[in-house]
Every structure is written in structure tokens, then in C-alpha cells.
Design a protein around this ligand. Sequence first.
Ligand code: GLC
Length: 528
Amino acid sequence: MSKWWQIGIVYQIYPRSFQDSNGDGVGDLPGIEQRLDYLRDLGVDAIWISPIYPSPMADFGYDVSDYCDIHPLFGSMADMDRLIAAAHDHNLKLILDFVPNHTSTEHPWFLESRSSRSNPKRDWYIWRDPAPDGGPPNNWLSRFGGPAWTLDAQTGQYYLHSFLPEQPDVNWRNPELRAAMLNVLRFWFDKGVDGFRVDVSYRTMKDAQFRDNPPNPNWKPGMDPAKQVIETYTRNTPDIEHFNRWLREVSDEYDDRVLIGEINLPPHELVAHYGRSRNGLHLPFNFNLIFTPWEATAVRNLIETYETALPEGAWPNWVLGNHDQHRIASRVGADQARVAMMLLLTLRGTPTLYYGDELGMLDGDIPPDLVQDPWEKNVPGLGLGRDPERTPMPWTAVPHADFCPPTVTPWLPLNADSVTVNVASQRSDPGSMWVFTEKLIQLRRETAALHLGSYQSLPAPDGVLAYQRRHGFQTRWIVLNMTGDPKMWQLPEDGGATAVLLTTESTQPTFTGNTLPLRPNEGVVLAV
Ligand code: GLC
């Protein structure tokens, strides 16, 4: 029997930007509850909500100061309890974000840990003596710029932070910290939460010897400064296997929960996170489509490499966008956005859809004085900032698009095109991206070949990606023209085929014998 997280579609909500219900310009939990009908209409199966816990918001919630409560900005625990129940009433699973690599400096655990070298929680974080010259203990760098170490003047030691100095890394090798963290999972599982997306899971176990990372010979000025070193000793160390198993043992105490790991690795390294006997994470996020050039041969090679690398019993998954990456429609161009959506929703494995991508939302334009993201503030001008992909969801054509009242300033500006690119306008336009996405979701749901079937690449000319999905006697061919030129595709067998969905028009294409003509930027799902 397939699990809900295998056949379903996950929809990521960035809670600050989905729906404001109390008029403060920031989205919240009651706002999400108001939009559950929308999510059911769209046809997704699960929502993953980025962090909603108490936090000083140095990294917009990824700096947690209490794992078992709700930030007042997002609502109350009663709101969360109601949301869990209401989501389930809507047949939607609810996935929370677990941030195990670091807390906020304001978390009581860290306040205790930094208070003295002899504090019982000292070892809950990663403290090291200065190097002989008084500098940081080694060359590890923060992902958000500068060294990964900050000196605590009072106790004379450095603490490690893989991200901001406000996000100290915890020490998973300490059994008490580990027990406290694993109890956070139980707290939420007991409340009925269906799973977790695990933030930077592959960074949680650092090298026990704290060796220097090797320099990156390919780094040049102008590139992300954190890439000056190769992260041999700060991510994906051999001990990560233990971390994955500790989490899995807790989720296995409950029925039917899922663990999705945020892991930024190429296929061969990524698949180790399923565990030696599939006793690791259920779904190590596969971000490789985001980092592969948008070109048919490169994408085909990636799919084949990933499919081949997957160990037996490991369920695949695909992602095209999230709150850390520029919007897919901006990356591949508006003309290819539907082709991208067709790819995501017809590949083998669980797709994760980022809020707003069903509208073909583009990156927002954020004027310098409205920049919020600490990464852009620390390392400006390199395009690393993540505000553009976090702009509010446009619901209607009114000012502020019904995300928040027209009189209130939203935390990030609405996209300039939200008067036309919004849910209400697109739902009433049969030719819109929204209607196309909804049909595609529906098609995936009702077609076992698409949500369960095997994958096989098919021959195709340059610029075209074609593959077969098959389950039992049901076969579908997916043909994607990834270029702006017309193309011809030769059916792999006689007997004909019928288009069940096209990115462009709903009329049947005119086959010439066994040849399917493809318009520029056209994708087709064919029933064989
Ligand atoms: C993950 C999150 C990102 C956050 C970082 C630090 O990569 O997706 O938004 O800034 O971890 O927690």
C-alpha cells in the first residue's frame, strides 16, 4: 500500500506571506485556516508550513527560541490546534518545520549554556577555545557571511553558528540535548502533526575533530563568500547517519508520519540519507532540478542519474522552488513555467509545490530600503537575498490583493503585477496558469501511471524531453518542448496516442502519421 506522502502532493506555505487575518501585514495561522478550502480546490494533499515558533526573527523564524509554542505574530497554540483539526477535516496532512541544527541565542538553553563554562547545558552547544592567536578555532565559515564562530567575551570561548551569530549550532553528540530535541518531535506528533521538514538536516553532525575545511580552488571574488571552502567537515559527515536514525526512531513510534530532510547534495550523496536499510529519512529533498541547467539533455541526465542512484525501496521526490530559491517562473522564464509545472507533476515521486507557483508568480522587485532578508543585508548585491521569492500571495485584484487590508503595509510589498496575477482573476480564466495547474494536479491524482508508475526516458530530438510513465496496462507519454522553437516528436510505437493535457491549448494536436508537432514551449501528456 502506498503512503499518503508517496502519492500525494506537498504544498509549501511561507506563513508570513500567505494570508494575514489580523491586519498587521504579516500572514498567520488563522489566515492559513481561512484558505484551506482554496488548497483543497487546488487539489494538494499536504501543507508544509515554514517555522511559526517564538523567535526574535533574525532569520524569520529559523532562529527558534521555543520549539513548543507559537509566535504571537502567527497566533496562539489554540489557533494551531484548530488548524491541525481543520486541515484534517479538509483531508490535508500538516507538516511542520523542525529546526534541529541551531536555536536562537535567545533560547533558554543557549542563555544557560553561555552563562558559564560549568553550566550543565554548556555542552548543549558547540564551544571551543580560541586558536593560539586568539582568533576563531578553525576556518569554518557562516553560510550568511563571515566566520562561523563568535567569541563570547564573558566565558572566553567561541560558539559555532553555521548561519547567523544569532543562530548558535546545538551539539547533537550530547545525549541530553538530543533527548530534549527528540521530545520536541513527540510534542508535535502527539498533537496530530503528520510530519516534519527537517531544516538543514545534513549539517547537524560536524566533524568531531573540528578539522579545517579545504580551500575551494574554483572560488573567485564575486561568488558567494561561504563557498571559499569546500564543506568537507561541516556538512554530510559520516555521522549524519546516526542523526537520521534518531529522528526516524521517533517518527516510527507513531503511525504514518513523514520526515523530509533539507539536503543540498547531488543524487549519489543524497540517496544515502534514506538509510542503509531505508531506516533514515523518508524523503531526503531532491533539489537537483533547481541546480541543473534548464535544458532537455541536462534534465534527462539528471532524472536518469537520480533514478539509477535510488536504492531499492527508496521513494523519489522533486522540488522546483522554495523560500530560499528564486521563483521558477523567473528562473526559466514565464514561457517555460507551464512546462516546468508539467515536469514537476509528471515525474516519478512526491512533488513539492511552492505557494504562488500555481499562479506562475515571478520574483518580486524589492527596493533596497525594503530589504528584509539578513543574507542580503550581510552579503548585498550578489543576488543571494531571498525576499523576492517570499512576497505575499495575491488573492484578488484589490490593493494588497486581499493578503492584508489595503490600509496596512505588508511586511514585503506585493508583486507589481498582482492586479492581474492573482487567484481570483486566474480562477475565472480558463486559459490561466492556475487552471492549468489544477487540471494537472487532478490528472496526476486520477492517473495511477502518473502517481505510482515506473519512469523510462524516451528518444527525443534536441531541446525536447520525453518520458514514459507506466503502471500495469496504463501508459502515459510526457513530451516537453523546453525551447522557444517548434519541434517534431516521433511516437516511439505505432498505434497512436491521445493528448490528455497540453500546456498551450486544450485542442488535440494534429499528428502527421506518427509525428507529433510541438509548438514553442509546449508540453503534452499523451495517453497511449
Ligand atoms: C534553511 C532554511 C533557510 C534558513 C536556513 C537556516 O536553509 O530553508 O531559510 O535561513 O536553513 O536555518
